[in-house]
Design a protein around this ligand. Structure first.
Ligand code: BES
Ligand code: MN
Ligand code: MN
Length: 455
């Protein structure tokens, strides 16, 4: 079937595609809060029935100790290659609600963009593939390759139960490559393949001083204040050059190749644009690296939340009993999240004074990845992107994490192609998340072209 037939089908069905995406987005599949498990399950069921509706015959919803996994397959292309498509139907919590211009689970189209939680991360991008597959099925009654779809409901909470499921279904998941659309393009209209993702080690620490809160006048100056001590610990985690001070932290870091640094430098990036996008007053980071190098290829240690003592209106003179912080390290190849968590824990304990008690615990982790840039699947994706956008794609890296990518390579021995349709300003994880409908439509044609290119 011709490329034009694909373009025409997508063009003719745009409105229905958007209405269906809205249905998907209306289901508040927030994975982090257990009270919401019913909605997450409902979303899995909706997805499964939608996949049956486009003509897939094998569609299953698998229970896990957490949220369900949706698995589907088309194996009718006898003798042809088999690909695995991965995506996630769970979303981040919508808070803070008051900052949304329209409610997060009432999708709203403005200015050719669809606003809702999950619009780009990852429902919209995943749905582009589902509609790409529908396009081929509708036009020809078959698919040119075999496709297995693995769609999870726990990505935003660290994919806790996915590894075990993949391990248990290894043979069934056999494929040539994994295709994932859960990442941004470098710029509007500039199709991109992401060949590296950072990993993650998410930690929390609590400093305990007094056995109970104390009057700060009666006792202040004579006992340890956990907030003061937490602050001192935090201050010792980086040096003056923005490097992480934990001994051994950088030992496993794979340095950038010179051709990578040159390729990053050629991308259309300006610090002014980055400052405008983030709303910061000025930039900072590890000395000796450009901004793109810092966010794509260097590890970080960042605090995500900090609390303790009195934070209500007015003033209260108190020495709190405890102070805590959540913090996370973004990791790069070849750092290991468990090893890094142990190094950080040991260092924090070593710098904490003896007169407080300190606990450091690991929440979840994920390994960094560098994916192949010359596989058959990458070549096919480059051609599909070029056809769809009429622009030569670029290779980029991503600063975020998709923990399962490491599992695909370690357990299945299969390379992943990250071909994202999002944009950096899509506000993923933030209020007013959106997905540009042009990217949605181009994502659908890219997907349909891609399966044809993979024959
Ligand atoms: N889609 C993102 C990952 C991503 C973001 C890749 C930006 C490339 C660029 C994914 O849904 C996500 O948010 N991952 C979490 C992982 C964590 C919860 C284990 C992340 O990166 O914080
Ligand atoms: Mn995602
Ligand atoms: Mn996410």
């Amino acid at each position: 079937m011709s490329d034009q037939a694909i373009r025409d089908y997508v063009e003719a069905n745009r409105e229905r595609f958007v209405e269906e995406l809205k249905e998907f987005l209306r289901i508040p599949s927030v994975s982090t809060d257990p009270v919401n498990a019913g909605e997450v399950r409902r979303c899995a069921e909706w997805l499964a029935s939608h996949l049956r509706g486009i003509g897939l015959e094998t569609v299953e919803v698998h229970a896990t100790p957490g949220h369900p996994i949706v698995y589907a397959e088309y194996m009718g292309a006898v003798g042809k290659p088999t690909l695995l498509l991965y995506g996630h139907y769970d979303v981040q919590p919508p808070d803070p609600l008051e900052l949304w211009l329209t409610p997060p689970f009432e999708p709203d189209v403005r200015d050719n963009k669809i606003f809702a939680r999950g619009a780009t991360d990852d429902k919209g991008q995943l749905f582009a593939h589902i509609k790409g597959i529908e396009t081929l099925l509708a036009l020809t009654g078959e698919l040119p390759v075999n496709i297995k779809l693995l769609i999870e409901g726990e990505e935003e909470v660290g994919s806790k139960n996915l590894d075990a499921w993949i391990e248990a279904n290894k043979e069934r998941l056999a494929s040539e490559a994994v295709i994932i659309s859960d990442s941004p393009m470098f710029a509007p209209g500039l199709p991109s393949i992401t060949y590296g993702l950072r990993g993650l080690a998410y930690l929390e620490m609590t400093v305990r001083g007094p056995g109970h809160d104390l009057h700060s006048g009666l006792y202040g100056g004579g006992v340890p204040n956990p907030i003061n001590e937490l602050g001192r610990i935090i201050a010792k985690l980086h040096d003056e050059d923005g490097r992480i001070a934990v001994p051994g932290f950088y030992d496993a870091v794979r340095e950038l190749e010179s051709d990578e640094r040159e390729a990053f430098a050629r991308l259309p990036f300006t610090e002014e644009g980055f400052i405008a996008e983030t709303g910061v007053v000025g930039l900072t980071g590890e000395t000796g690296f450009t901004t793109l190098e810092r966010i794509w290829a260097r590890p970080t240690l960042d605090f995500n939340g900090i609390w303790g003592g009195f934070t209500g209106a007015g003033a209260k003179t108190v020495l709190p009993s405890t102070a805590s912080a959540k913090f996370s390290c973004r990791l790069v190849a070849d750092q290991n999240p468990d090893k890094i968590a142990a190094l950080v824990r040991d260092y924090v304990r070593s710098i904490a004074p003896e007169y407080v008690e300190i606990s450091v615990e690991l929440h979840h982790g994920g390994s960094p990845v560098i994916t192949e840039r010359d596989s058959r699947a990458v070549q096919a994706a480059l051609r599909a992107l070029k056809k769809s956008w009429d622009v030569d794609p670029v290779f980029v890296r991503g600063g975020g994490s998709i923990p399962v990518v490491a599992t695909f390579s370690e357990v299945l021995g299969v390379p992943t192609v990250l071909v994202g349709f999002g944009l950096d300003d899509d506000r993923l994880h933030s209020p007013n998340e959106k997905f540009n409908l042009e990217n949605f439509y181009a994502g659908i044609t890219t997907s349909a072209f891609l399966w044809n290119e993979l024959v």
